[in-house]
Design a protein around this ligand. Sequence first.
Ligand code: SIN
Ligand code: FE2
Length: 219
Amino acid sequence: MTTPGLFDDLEDDALPATQALASGAVLLRGFARARAGALLDGVSKVLAQAPLRHLVTPGGFRMSVAMSNCGPLGWVSDRSGYRYDANDPDSGRPWPAMPEVFAELADSAARAGGFDGFAPDACLINRYEPGTRLSLHQDRDEGHYDWPIVSVSLGLPAVFLFGGGRRSDKAQRVPLVHGDVVVWGGPSRLHYHGVLPVKDGVHPMTGACRINLTFRKAG
Ligand code: SIN
Ligand code: FE2
């Protein structure tokens, strides 16, 4: 089991606040930490209306990451493909509104990453239990790539894989802890990325899981 609080403090002392990963891509260490409580309250409220679920890929595989969404558009997958939808397919109702604190954080992180005026219309909520991973993929269901992806890590740590424009490009291994934010856009907007299996542990704010919020401009 890890002691993430202690780990976070050590990370703070040892590592720079900002680390460039590629042209247009940056890790903002601890950027969301002060707002983590408010973000997690927002997550609870959204999930009360649109519970986490395991989507099925077009190929028929159940995704191990559990997902939900908030905002005008939500990312969904089923046997017919990947898409953004204004409604939660489980309830038939619009996705819950995006909490103000989410939109503010996404905008300020994008600005810190060099992208001014980010107004996301989609926030995917990902929950990783220990052992859960996300294989290398591109975020390209948005239909245009004018805006960055802003990705917020809460709870248990994970190793983020950040590759290049081709699946075969070697991926960097980027350790992410509670409160870290990764922004990628411009020349790296379509870079492959993924998450290695999350290790066992308990985080004081999330329990035995990692929560990731991924903000996009999808419409
Ligand atoms: C994603 O690619 O949608 C999520 C990335 C992450 O969990 O850090
Ligand atoms: Fe992604």
